[in-house]
Each structure stands twice: as C-alpha cells, then as structure tokens.
Design a protein around this ligand. Structure first.
Ligand code: BLA
Length: 489
C-alpha cells in the first residue's frame, strides 16, 4: 500500500526555491554580482535605516557591500553574524551566495524566543559508536539535548529509508506535547525529494510561525530570486496545511548528513510560535553535526568489517567447494550452504552450460521475467535487488518468489552465467502515522493536493514482500561472483 505515483509527482512539482516571498520574521535583500540591489522584501525599510537609500536598482550601501566582499564565490557559501556590523541596524544577518553569483542578505532579530542562555548550553561530543545499540542511545540523547536547548515541545529523529519513506526512531517530548510518533512510518511524499534536496544544502530549516502572513519580494524584473539556500523562504502551502493538521505552529529541522547523504532529519515541533536565535541555531547545528560525524565513522568501520567478513566467508565457501570436488558435481551440498550463507529461500545458478536450482523454485515463466529484469541492467556489474518483485520486475507472474538478488558474470571461456538468490513472501506489519493511501480530503480546495488530516497510528499488513537483503549478503554476492568466474571454466 503506497501513495500513488501521480500524487507524488504533483508533490515534486512545487518550485519551492522560487516562491517569491519570505516569512515575516525577517527581511531580505538580493544584490547582483555588480553590487546592485536586484530584489528586496516589502518590509526592508523597517530593518535598515532610511538614510541608506535602499531600493531596487540602486547600488548596495557600503556597509553591506563590505560584508558581501567577504563571502566566498562558491554557490551555497554562507556567512553568519549574530550582530551584523552595519551602522544603524540591530539585527543578525546571514549572507548566502546564489548559483548566479548574487548575494542574498537575510536580516533577522537578534533575540529569539528560545530559553534564555540556551546557546550557552554545553555541547555533547559524540564519540564513535561501538554498536547499533549505542547508536540508538545516541539518537535518544540527541533528541533530548535538542529539546532542552531549544524549548520545543517535541523533538524527533526521523530516519529516511532506502525507499524514501521515513520512520521515527527517537522522540523526546516536553509537558505540552500530546500523543506519540515514536516507531511510526511516514510516506515519502510527506517530505518530497524537492524539499529534501534543499535541506541537504542548508544547516537548518526554520518555520517559526507557520500561519503568519508572508512578505512579498520585489525585483527589477518579474523573475523571483533563487531562494535555494535561504531559510527565510516562505513556507510551502501544502506543508503549512500539514503542520496545521499536526497541531504544529513553530518548527525547525536539522539535517543529519553522512558522507553527502541526507540520512535523517531532527524535526522539532511547538504548538505555539517559536523562533530560535542565531547562536542557539548554531549550537544545535554543531550538536547534530557531532552526532553525524560519529555515525559516519561507525559506518566507515562497519563497512570495512562487512567487506572483510564477506571475503572470509567466500574463502570458506571456496574451500568447501574444492573439498567437495566441484560446484556442479556437488550442487546438493553446496546449494544448501549457499542458502544458509545468504539467508535465502532459493538459489538459481546458470553456469553458462547448465541451469541449477535449489530450495524455493522459480517457475519457468517467473525465471524468464527475472532474467529479463536482470538483463535490463546495461552494466553487467550492477547487482539487481528487490524485496518486492511484483512492483520492481516487469511481467512478474504470480509466484511464491517475492524478492531476488542477482548478478551476471562472464566466464574466462566467454560463456555467460548468472547467480540469483530468491526470497519467499513474508507478511509484514507496518505502523503508519495516518493512512498513507488516504485520498485527498479537500480536492476542491485551492491547494489541489492536500496532506492527511489524521496521523493516528494505522497498521498495514503488507503482502508480496520478502525480507530485505542485508548489506552483508550483497557484498557476499559480489565476492561469490568472483569465485564463480574463478571456478567455472
Ligand atoms: C516539509 N515535511 C516537511 C518537513 C518535515 C515534514 C519535517 C520539514 C519542514 C519542517 O521542519 O517543518 C514532515 N514532519 C514531517 C513528518 C513528521 C514530522 C513526516 O514531524 C513525522 C512525525 N507534505 C505532504 C504532502 C506534500 C508535502 C502530500 O504531506 C506534497 C505536496 C510537502 N513537506 C512538503 C513540502 C515541504 C515539506 C513541500 C517543504 C516545506 C518548506 O520547506 O517550505
């Protein structure tokens, strides 16, 4: 049960970075590479003294242009000032470099509504984790720490899964929070890829007061400025409705980035407006980064360990095959070992000369569909993987085989073969935060698409899926493929 393709496509259409408006808690100026003001928010004169002659088409005042000089030329470069060194302006400031080289100035209040002295709270330095249990404890410490330092009512660790859906792995709540999201799964469309891509490029996304009116941005031409790196960017109307449905007024999210990949968001909720000061945001960003670095170190080491296990298990297999006098000759015994080693229900081996199967059998038409699926991949070295063949493999007939992991190989004598591990169907239960397939409830409204109204736990009994293939099994299959090429000739 998933959200239909068309619906997700619609969610991906919104050009978030070209909204042409900002949230009302700050003001914005954009200057071209030639230091001419190209855009300004309608409220800019409330923030900068009149005598600075701020208006679209005019040169940037000296104070601001001196700051712009300090910004690096790479798109996405940032400078943050808690007290901007600009005469007559008592504000915090964030400068970002856009892709077209223009400079965006975000002007923000110096004081936040976060707990006093929150930013002075001591950072918890996460050290490399020794186990998955330790990582889970660290997630809980992280959400607790963010809750205490920010004053939000609820802080969640929201992990993105490979299929784009997300799950709440840790949750810390204050006295005002109602209900619980821990352990619940959410569909990919709740945070569309277009939004995830923006979060990857920023240290945080804050929405201090979702219902507040937006402020328009004026420009020399009709084209709105690129707000990809700009936190003041106005809020997507669909997400505004989503927050309303969740009972959230103020939110902040911090990306957890590991080796360039967005692995999770720390998502914070308040049922009232809540705006963090720049020092507190900086501190929380450092806190999340400390966790992300420790996670990265753990993952690097874990991957090395998995590789070395895959290598030694394959050496062991080789030894057994040699002792048994060959793979084909002793297929019964060897295939049993393979099923155990890969934790699979079935195995198919096309040696180039004959087709061997063991365990769960793929019927002829199933095998035909699987081979076509495997061969649809142009790169012969790419591993094909599915825990839901009915969705992933074209022309898949009804079959007991629900998942497969497969690789092709070419023998030294030029014959082509492949090895496939098969998984049978296993019924799974998934607890969703609201029904992910719920049709839009307000399709007549101005939004067109609308988020769900209810986030009540809803249990899906899922059919047609096999157990997912662990990373170790995938690495072992790559190694086993090398062994096949060595043994078969
Ligand atoms: C953004 N959606 C977000 C954000 C979160 C979620 C955390 C980041 C912005 C923020 O911090 O508020 C989703 N929040 C969640 C989830 C939980 C949570 C899953 O607390 C779980 C407990 N949303 C929809 C649909 C669309 C959609 C159908 O439900 C598609 C049109 C879009 N979500 C959407 C968009 C954004 C978003 C466009 C970006 C908002 C922005 O940055 O302006």
């Amino acid at each position: 049960m998933t959200v239909t393709g068309g619906f997700i496509e619609q969610c991906e259409q919104e050009q978030l970075h070209l909204s042409g408006a900002i949230q009302s808690h700050g003001a914005l100026l954009v200057a071209s590479e030639a230091n001419i003001i190209s855009h300004a928010s309608a409220n800019i004169t409330d923030w900068l003294p009149d005598d600075q002659g701020i208006s679209v088409g005019q040169p940037l005042p000296d104070g601001l242009s001196a700051l712009a000089q300090r910004l690096k030329p790479e798109p996405g470069s940032r400078l943050r000032f808690v007290n901007a060194p600009v005469d007559g302006c008592h504000c915090s400031m964030i400068l970002t470099r856009s892709k077209d080289q223009s400079v965006v100035f975000e002007l923000l209040p110096v004081e936040g509504s976060d707990p006093e002295q929150a930013s002075a709270g001591r950072l918890h330095h996460f050290r490399e984790f020794a186990s998955n249990d330790e990582i889970q404890r660290a997630r809980e410490q992280l959400t607790e720490k963010v809750l205490q330092a920010s004053g939000f009512d609820r802080v969640l660790y929201y992990r993105f899964r490979q299929d784009g859906t997300g799950e709440v792995l840790a949750e810390s709540v204050g006295p005002a929070a109602q209900g619980q999201y821990l352990g619940l799964r959410f569909p990919a469309s709740d945070i569309p890829k277009i939004a995830r891509d923006l979060y990857r490029q920023s240290p945080w996304r804050t929405i201090p007061d979702a219902p507040a009116d937006n402020i328009g941005i004026f420009g020399r031409e009709d084209t709105p400025p690129d707000l990809s790196y700009v936190d003041l960017r106005s809020v997507s109307p669909v997400h505004r409705a989503y927050m309303h449905n969740m009972g959230v007024v103020g939110s902040a999210s911090f990306p957890v980035m590991v080796a360039g990949e967005l692995v999770a968001l720390i998502s914070c909720h308040a049922s009232r407006p809540l705006r963090l000061s720049l020092p507190t945001l900086n501190m929380l960003n450092d806190q999340v980064t400390s966790y992300a670095l420790a996670l990265k170190e753990f993952r690097t080491r874990e991957r090395m360990n998995l590789l070395s296990t895959a290598r030694s298990r394959t050496d062991y297999l080789k030894q057994r095959i040699t002792e048994a006098g060959g793979l084909v000759q002793n297929w019964d015994g060897i295939s049993e070992r393979l099923l155990e080693e890969f934790e699979a229900d079935g195995v198919v081996l096309e040696t180039g000369q004959e087709l061997l199967q063991a365990g769960l059998q793929a019927e002829p038409e199933t095998l035909e569909a699987l081979v076509a699926w495997l061969c649809s991949e142009t790169n012969e070295r790419t591993l094909k993987l599915s825990d839901h063949l009915q969705a992933d493999c074209p022309d898949m007939p009804l079959s007991e085989v629900a998942g497969a992991m497969a690789l092709r190989f070419r023998r030294a004598d030029g014959l082509d073969g492949y090895c496939m591990l098969l998984g049978k169907e296993e019924t799974q239960e998934i607890a969703w935060g609201g029904r992910p397939d719920k049709p839009p409830e307000d399709s007549q409204g101005s939004l067109g698409i609308t988020p769900r109204r209810s986030f009540e736990r809803w249990l899906e009994t899922r059919m047609g899926h096999s157990r997912p293939w662990p990373e170790l099994a995938q690495l072992k299959l790559y190694k086993f493929r090398e062994l096949l090429v060595e043994l078969l000739h």
